[in-house]
Design a protein around this ligand. Structure first.
Ligand code: NAI
Length: 299
C-alpha cells in the first residue's frame, strides 16, 4: 500500500496518463522517469526540433542504462513505447497529471496553464516544477486551483532523490496526497513544503550561490573558488553547479529570492547559540549533540 504524506489521510487519484510541458533540462528528465516507472507520458514543447531532441536524449539515457545493466534492447523499446512527443496542446487532453517544466517566468507559466487547463478532465492535476515562484500566485490563473500544486524535482531529475511537494493556498488535500504518492511511485523521497519563495532547498542553495557570485565580484577568480569548494568537501563547486542548473534559471531564482528576502541581513542565531556555549562538535552540542565524538541526536 502506498505510503501517504504525513498528516494526509486522503484517498489519492489514479495517475494513468501524464504529460510534461517543456522538453528542456528538467522536462526530459521528468518525462523519462515517468515512462520508466510505467506511466505513459507525452512531452509537449513549442518546436518539433526540441521535442525530437528531448526524445533522443531520453532514448540515449535508457540505452546507456540498459548497457550498464546488460539488458536487451527490448527493455529500451518497452520504455520508449510509453513516451511520445508533440507540439500540439490538444494532445494533452485526457491526461490525469500535467507537470509543467517551462522557463522560470510566472507569465509564461500562467499562459501555459490558461491554455492547457480547459483541455483537461475536471479531476486532472496540474503540477508546476517551478524552482522558486509562488504556487499560490499561479493558482490565481487557474479555473480549478484546488487541482494545482508544486512538484519540484532536482537536477538531474532521474537521479536526485528529493522532490518538494508544494502546497499552494488552494491546493486540495487530495491533490497534495496524489502528488506525494506520484513522487513515491517515481522512486523519490517527497517532502511537503510550504509555498515560500525558493521553498526549502533553493532558499538554502541560492544564498550559497549568491555569496559565491559576490566573492567573485570582489575579485576572486571563479575557477579557483570552484576548485577550492570541492576540497572543502562539496561534490561540486558553485559555478559548476550553476552551469548544471542553467545560468538563466539561476538568475531568475536569484531575482525571486532577492525580492523576497534580504540577503545581507545578519541572523543572530549563531551568536545566541554561542552564548549558550553551543559551539558544535567540539563542545558536544551544536545543532546536534555529540558523545565521545559520535553524533547522538539533535539538540
Ligand atoms: P529549459 O530552459 O532547459 O527548458 C524549458 C523548456 O520549456 C524549453 O525547451 C522551452 O522551449 C520550453 N517552453 C517554453 N515555453 C513553453 C510553452 N509555452 N509550452 C511548451 N514548452 C515551452 O529549463 P529547465 O531547466 O528545464 O527548467 C524548467 C523549469 O524547471 C523551470 O521552472 C525551472 O526553474 C525548474 N527547475 C529547473 C532546475 C534546473 O536545475 N535547471 C531544477 C529544478 C527545477
Amino acid at each position: 500500500r502506498a505510503k501517504k504524506a504525513p498528516g494526509l489521510d486522503t484517498e489519492t487519484l489514479d495517475v494513468a496518463r501524464a504529460a510534461v510541458i517543456g522538453g528542456g533540462v528538467m522536462g526530459r528528465g521528468i518525462a523519462g522517469l515517468l515512462a520508466e516507472r510505467g506511466i505513459p507520458v507525452v512531452i509537449r514543447d513549442l518546436q518539433e526540433e526540441i521535442v525530437r531532441q528531448a526524445l533522443d536524449a531520453i532514448r540515449t539515457r535508457f540505452e546507456h542504462q540498459a548497457e550498464k545493466k546488460h539488458q536487451p534492447p527490448e527493455v529500451v523499446a518497452e520504455k520508449m513505447a510509453r513516451i511520445w512527443g508533440t507540439t500540439l496542446a490538444e494532445d494533452l487532453a485526457g491526461t490525469d497529471l500535467v507537470i509543467e517544466a517551462v522557463v522560470e517566468k510566472m507569465t509564461v507559466k500562467q499562459a501555459v496553464l490558461e491554455e492547457i487547463e480547459p483541455l483537461l478532465p475536471e479531476t486532472a492535476l496540474f503540477a508546476t516544477n517551478t524552482s522558486a515562484l509562488s504556487v499560490s500566485e499561479l493558482q490565481k490563473s487557474a479555473q480549478r486551483p484546488q487541482n494545482l500544486g508544486g512538484l519540484h524535482f532536482f537536477n538531474p531529475a532521474e537521479k536526485m532523490p528529493l522532490v518538494e511537494v508544494i502546497r499552494g493556498e488552494a491546493t486540495s488535500e487530495q491533490a497534495l496526497a496524489t502528488l506525494f504518492a506520484t513522487a513515491l511511485k517515481l522512486g523519490k523521497t517527497p517532502i511537503v513544503v510550504a509555498d515560500r519563495p525558493g521553498f526549502l532547498v533553493n532558499r538554502l542553495l541560492m544564498a550559497f550561490l549568491n555569496e559565491a557570485c559576490l566573492i567573485v565580484e570582489n575579485g576572486v577568480d571563479w575557477l579557483s573558488l570552484d576548485v577550492r569548494a570541492t576540497s572543502f568537501g562539496l561534490p561540486m563547486g558553485p559555478f559548476r553547479l550553476i552551469d548544471e542548473v542553467g545560468i538563466d534559471i539561476g538568475a531568475e531564482v536569484g531575482t525571486t529570492l532577492s525580492q523576497a528576502f534580504t540577503y545581507v541581513e545578519k541572523s543572530s542565531l549563531l551568536e545566541r547559540a554561542a552564548e549558550h556555549k553551543d559551539l558544535g562538535r567540539k563542545s558536544g552540542r551544536g545543532f546536534y549533540r555529540y558523545q565521545k565524538g559520535q553524533e547522538i541526536g539533535r539538540n
